[in-house]
Design a protein around this ligand. Structure first.
Ligand SMILES: [Zn+2]
Ligand SMILES: [Zn+2]
Length: 139
């Protein structure tokens, strides 16, 4: 089960994003925060139903989609593999393996050039770096 502080953070994040706090959204964010291995829908759906939320695959998919649209979850789509999902409540960067498609978290670091004045009228809300290569297993 989620710790009270995690649940609190999740509910705050949903409210701040203007989303209703449905059990599916809360359970999805909770699961993704606890399992930083960037699961696919086919991994998320049984995992969610095993715990407490009874939801069809379509319901899980719709809940995920609303979280992605609100910027709370990041969707990784790599060519031949299924999309993977990741909660973005804590900023971090990513490493993606070219061979197996594994997505790993990288600790946050600033990219100073993005903090400087941007050309034209562009303004930056957030950013994340994607590093590509071969993971330890595929090397
Ligand atoms: Zn790999
Ligand atoms: Zn991540």
């Amino acid at each position: 089960m989620a710790s009270p502080s995690t649940t609190h953070n999740i509910e705050e994040a949903l409210s701040a994003a203007g989303l209703r706090r449905t059990p599916q959204r809360i359970a999805l964010l909770d699961y993704l925060l606890r399992h930083p291995d960037h699961a696919t829908v086919d991994e998320l759906w049984p995992a969610l139903n095993k715990h407490r939320v009874c939801a069809s695959r379509a319901t899980v998919y719709n809940a995920l989609h609303s979280l992605v649209k609100a910027g709370l979850v990041r969707e990784f789509k790599l060519d031949a593999s299924a999309a993977r999902y990741d909660a973005l409540l804590h900023p971090h960067h990513h490493f993606i393996c070219d061979s197996c498609g594994a997505v790993e978290d990288l600790e946050w670091f600033e990219v100073p050039v993005l903090r400087q004045k941007q050309p034209g009228r562009r303004s930056i809300r957030s950013y994340e770096v994607v590093v590509r290569g071969h993971c330890a297993k595929c090397r």
